[in-house]
Design a protein around this ligand. Structure first.
Ligand code: PMP
Length: 283
């Protein structure tokens, strides 16, 4: 739990950190967010996270709460005040407080909240060494999954169903049988001919910051990448499968819907990428 939160201009102890009941984030999920990994006190890929935050606010015609420079300083200070070495920085911007009405308020002050809690990245790495199970779930989300909106009910329901099935993550599948992404992760497979496959970014998946980083790392390692959608059948037929996200880094999926992927253990390509991603964070 975060001990100190940043709430609209003040650093406050978490038990005293509140927003108004008329905040549109609370009323309508009229908000956007980012989640940034902190490694040894440093924010990983902060600039692409801020680019994506600005893009999300732009798509939703949401006024930014402040410029990027003071925002960076606030996050640094929050990490310092919470004495975080390895952690997770959560940033949320909403359209602010207004009398409840679906249309945008004529005037409102955007709300900025940030929290930072510890994240055991050594445990994330250990989990990546054994791999995780995943379960498929229908993707019932809206048409703008490229926007990192706080409106996450379909993701929550999918994750809960996966959890109840004993899985770590839900693999979301569109009506044509193609994998879109995970409930809070991007999905990858390694095909039998050794190619990495991940769905191209469009309005039906989130352009993951870790996805972009892992893609760049794989290119640097001269691993062939094909950005094409793949089906659940292709995933079951793949030699490897893994997910990427800020909190999970790269994590192999060794079982999908109870069936082994490859030999049921993390494969060499995913292992290389996990190592390389941690090296990148530690550089
Ligand atoms: N897809 C979805 C739906 C997500 O919520 C997330 C993480 N917030 C991701 C992918 C991974 O994105 P990132 O690598 O930027 O954490």
């Amino acid at each position: 739990m975060s001990r100190i939160a940043y709430v609209n201009g003040a650093y406050v102890p978490t038990p005293d950190a509140f927003v108004h009941i008329n905040d549109r984030g609370y009323q309508f999920a009229d908000g956007v967010y980012e989640g940034v990994t902190v490694r040894k006190g440093e924010m990983i890929d902060l600039e692409p996270h801020l680019d994506r935050l600005w893009r999300s606010m732009g798509v939703l015609a949401m006024q930014e709460p402040m410029a990027r420079a003071p925002m960076r300083l606030i996050f640094k200070e929050l990490i310092r005040r919470n004495r975080i070495s390895d952690g997770f920085l959560y940033i949320q911007v909403t359209r602010g407080e207004a009398v409840r009405d679906h249309a945008f308020p004529v005037f409102s002050v955007p709300s900025l909240v940030a929290t930072c809690r510890r994240l055991n990245l050594d445990a994330v790495k250990s989990r990546a060494e054994t791999g995780v199970a995943a379960s498929t779930q229908p993707d019932i989300r809206w048409g703008r999954c490229d926007v990192k909106s706080t409106s996450l009910l379909p993701n929550i329901l999918a994750k809960q169903a996966a959890k109840e099935a004993g899985s770590f993550e839900a693999v979301l599948v569109d009506e044509n049988g193609y994998v879109t992404e995970g409930s809070s992760t991007n999905m990858w497979i390694v095909t039998k001919d050794g190619k990495l496959k991940t769905r191209p970014t469009s309005d039906n998946i989130l352009a993951g910051i870790t996805r972009a980083r892992v893609k760049a790392i794989a290119e640097g390692l001269q691993i062939a990448i094909e950005e094409t959608a793949f089906t659940v059948e292709e995933a079951l037929d793949a030699t490897e499968m893994f997910l990427t996200s800020s909190t999970s880094c790269a994590t192999p999926i060794v079982k999908l819907d109870g069936e082994k992927i490859g030999d049921g253990t993390p494969g060499p390509v995913a292992k290389r990428l996990v190592e390389a991603y941690f090296d990148f964070m530690d550089d």
